[in-house]
Design a protein around this ligand. Structure first.
Ligand code: UDP
Length: 470
């Protein structure tokens, strides 16, 4: 009987990292009989929704929660990237212990760490396990990370003041102000951590990226050009949840989907800022008022606002407030016939594939983008954090699959702009063109995932390489 190959997967904190890794593990298991264990670092017990998610894993995929690390020594304004990187680094001792016991019981053929987890490579090396990087974001962002050590040497001073845009092979030029958040302040620990992990990328035996040639052909081709010391790059995307065929048993999910069932085809704008995006109080008011003015149908996943700047509650382990005290007075009453406000979490994959959904106002997280492209839904981009500004430029200037919600001089998308962009996407000429292009790209996504499609063939190559390690 064939020995079963087993892999260890070490995700960094955050649902956006976990979801594509899980899809990757599912494909390896269902197509190639490679089982896996997720070894999960964190700095607090997981929220109910995350635990439910993990408990729904298929039998071939196990998980172990590492003991939460202590980050109490960090000042309150510590950036999220620093928190994530330190969660990973401070979990190394318990990771070593867990890998030690797994090695004794399994045919370990690889360890996959994700974008913030390159310190885990040291543990893999100690146990003689081949170590791979799983990159859950775009190939363009991967290219930025692989070139970061050179870019850091070449550009002096703040990136936002650099006279020339950053140029990476096969990518649109990126202005310093549009680089990921930690690049804003090169003196901040967050940037130093990102630079440190980026240096580790070249140690990987291979890099799996959640993208595909038909979407990012130029950059993928450049990444795949052989160079000494450059790991092989495997584009296997889109690795996304494509919607359960089973009817949902969750009451909140069901009410959302039932509501959609009763709306006209293509009429609903879905609004969601990822697994952790939160707006300011003022921005929530402007979004609500603009939506109301637009008179369009909507489903809005609402989170408790942040006090000052919009950003992320990505690492929050608790669920959010459900009484919506922060929405404009009577907003829910006035919009109840055409809008649905959902607390915390909505079944995004099912909403996007529902025939009533006609647009998505998104924070431009990479998973959300792939899920939307897969369903051919046109977008409004509203980037909030991480590399989302780069993603939004790719969608608007590059692929022309989205419209941009513009900030005013105070850094707010005001109600008039919300009204304008929502109307334009759902009813205007530009929205029509974007809808046509979105449908065209949808067709090519289906083909990359077919048996002979580029991503399926790449996954075949990777799986046979992993199996040779038994
Ligand atoms: N998601 C969801 N329901 C929500 C919010 C998010 O199902 O209410 C899922 C979404 O489908 C995607 C992931 O969470 O798979 C968010 O990942 P993304 O990369 O878009 O954003 P991040 O959360 O990493 O910023």
């Amino acid at each position: 009987m064939e020995k079963q190959a087993h892999i260890a997967i070490v995700p960094s904190p955050g649902m956006g990292h976990l979801i594509p890794l899980l899809e990757f593990a599912k494909s390896l298991s269902s197509k190639y009989n490679i089982s896996s264990t997720f070894i999960i670092p964190n700095d607090a017990p997981l929220s109910t929704s995350r635990l439910q998610f993990l408990d729904s894993l298929p039998n071939s995929i196990n998980y172990t929660l590492l003991p939460p690390v202590n980050l109490n020594d960090l000042p309150p304004d510590t950036r999220i990237e620093t928190r994530i990187c330190l969660t990973m680094t401070r979990s190394i001792a318990s990771l070593r212990e867990t890998i030690g016991s797994m090695v004794a019981e399994n045919n370990m053929v690889a360890l996959f760490a994700d974008l913030f987890g390159t310190d885990a490579f040291d543990v893999a090396i100690e146990f003689g396990i081949p170590h791979y990087l799983f990159f859950p974001a775009s190939a363009m962002t991967l290219s930025l990370m692989l070139h970061l050590p050179e870019i850091d040497r070449a550009v002096s001073g703040p990136y936002k003041d650099a006279p020339d845009p950053i140029r990476m092979p096969g990518c649109l030029p990126v202005h310093g102000k549009d680089l990921p958040d930690p690049f804003e302040d090169r003196e901040n620990d967050a940037y130093k951590h990102v630079l440190h992990i980026a240096k580790g990328y070249r140690m990987a035996k291979g890099i799996v990226v959640n993208s595909f040639k038909e979407l990012e052909g130029g950059v993928i081709e450049a990444l795949q050009q052989g160079q000494p010391g450059k790991p092989l790059v495997y584009p296997v995307g889109p690795l996304i949840r494509t919607g359960s065929v089973e009817p949902s048993k969750d009451v909140n999910e069901l009410s959302c989907l039932n509501w959609l069932d009763s709306q006209p085809r293509g009429s609903v704008l879905y609004i969601c800022f990822g697994s952790g995006g939160a707006l300011t109080f003022e921005q929530v008011t402007e979004l609500a008022m603009g939506l109301e003015l637009s008179e369009q149908r909507f489903i809005w996943v609402v989170r408790t606002p942040k006090d000052k700047v919009a950003g992320t509650t990505y690492l929050d382990t608790k669920d959010h407030d459900e009484n919506f005290y922060f929405l404009p007075k009577m907003f829910m009453k006035r919009t109840k016939n055409h809008g649905l406000v959902v607390p915390n979490w909505a079944p995004q994959d099912q909403i996007l594939r529902h025939s009533s959904t006609g647009g998505f106002l998104t924070h431009c997280g990479w998973n959300s983008i792939l899920e939307t492209i897969y369903q051919g839904v046109p977008m409004i981009v509203w980037p909030l954090y991480a590399e989302q500004k780069m993603n939004s430029i790719m969608l608007t200037d590059g692929l022309k699959l989205a419209m941009r919600a513009k900030l005013n001089e105070k850094g707010i998308v005001d109600r008039i702009e919300v009204f304008r962009v929502v109307k334009a996407l759902m009813e205007g000429e530009e929205g029509k063109m974007i809808r046509i292009r979105s449908q065209e790209l949808k067709g090519s996504v289906t083909s990359v995932l077919s048996e002979n499609g580029s991503s399926s063939r790449t996954l075949d190559q990777l799986a046979s390489k992993l199996k040779k390690e038994i």
